[in-house]
Design a protein around this ligand. Structure first.
Ligand code: ZN
Ligand code: ZN
Length: 360
């Protein structure tokens, strides 16, 4: 197996020992990909202080051997969690960790039944996610490329904004261009919101046509070599009223203040407060209805969360989005979002498309 994977597994094993567990059930495909390179969708990776085993079914055994040479694979025939429980029982694992946010009640039932009373199951959620929050050099390189693709696509999408075009057409073009650029797909359903629909932070594209005098919010991201990007730009079709220009400048200023606050050793809450403080000074904080950002990596939303009061300290290798916005019901919304990597000293904005106010 690739050295990066063995290093990650070793880090997890030392965490497992620290938590006084004798095994950990890794049940998220993102987590086991991060640890082994296996890209199958079904399985459980059982990590123990001295080794690790993938339990999966016949559809994935060949794939697992190809993608993760050397990985021990156990074939399950009568249910994944039953097989997993039986393995824990056979190996006399007394303290097995799992992630309560991932296992369903039904999974838990089969697991307990097969494992028997001697196996103690306890919630140890978030262990792999906290490792994933700190990106290594190769991951950062992948994320730069995913960000560059998002830059290209958002700029191309802006050029399609002519009166009469439909939200859905622009969304389709966005996805087409991402895939043409090498993406395996969009990181989330692209947001193309015209006019008052732009006041909904999570608007779904509709058949609505663009008119002059409207704000447009474009929020998109690509998955390239398994890593996600996430960018938002807001443009105005026509000449914007003074009020809209002022809102835009306030959001831009809030974003710059938050980006400035992104540094190793600062809390996520500080970053959120930086954005919120600027909007409050413009009396716009009541219209900022979501948190400032989120971690980004193999998944589009991961640790750390950049939200009000979050005590988590930023560390070198974290990648977060910074995306303040204002949403005025009935009028429209403005959001500017970029992806920022934390370095030992300072930070690096991965997305580079211009943030200046665009009037088409
Ligand atoms: Zn976004
Ligand atoms: Zn985002």
């Amino acid at each position: 197996m690739d050295k990066a994977y063995t290093r990650r597994i070793a880090r997890l094993q030392s965490q497992i020992r620290k938590q006084r567990l004798d095994s950990l059930l890794v049940t998220s495909p993102y987590d086991w990909y991060y640890l082994t390179g296996f890209t199958g969708e079904a399985g459980v990776l059982l990590v123990e202080p001295q080794g690790y085993t993938l339990i999966t079914d016949g559809r994935f055994t060949v794939q697992a051997k190809e993608e993760a040479p050397g990985l021990k694979v156990e074939l399950q025939r009568q249910g994944l969690y039953r097989a997993c429980g039986e393995l824990l029982k056979r190996r006399k694992r007394r303290r097995a960790g799992f992630d309560a946010r991932q296992l369903t009640v039904a999974h838990m039932g089969s697991l307990k039944k097969a494992a028997g009373r001697a196996v103690g199951l306890r919630d140890a959620g978030g262990m792999v996610q906290s490792l994933r929050a700190v990106k290594d050099v190769a991951e950062l390189a992948a994320m730069r490329k995913a960000a560059a693709l998002a830059d290209q696509v958002v700029q191309a999408a802006v050029r399609l904004l002519k009166p009469g075009v439909r939200e859905l057409e622009v969304a389709a073009e966005i996805e087409y261009r991402m895939r043409k650029g090498g993406a395996s797909g969009p990181a989330f359903e692209s947001i193309v919101a015209f006019g008052d629909r732009a006041a909904l932070p999570h608007a779904r594209p509709t058949a609505k046509r663009l008119k002059k005098g409207q704000l447009v919010v474009l929020d998109l991201g690509a998955i390239l070599n398994r890593y996600c990007s996430d960018i938002t730009r807001t443009v105005f079709v026509g000449k914007a009223p003074t009020k809209v220009r002022l809102w835009y400048q306030a959001v831009l200023e809030a974003q710059a203040a938050a980006i400035e606050a992104v540094a190793a050793g600062r809390t996520c809450g500080d970053v959120d407060a930086a954005a919120r403080g600027v909007l409050a000074a413009h009396r716009l904080d009541q219209y900022f209805v979501h948190s400032t950002g989120h971690g980004l990596g193999l998944e589009v939303h991961e640790d750390p969360r950049v939200a009000k009061g979050q005590k988590t300290l930023l560390a070198s290798g974290n990648v977060v989005t910074i995306e303040p916005g204002v949403y005025v019901p009935g009028v429209g919304g403005i959001r500017i979002e970029d992806d920022v990597a934390v370095h030992q000293s300072g930070n690096e904005v991965l997305t580079r498309a211009s943030r200046e106010f665009i009037e088409l």
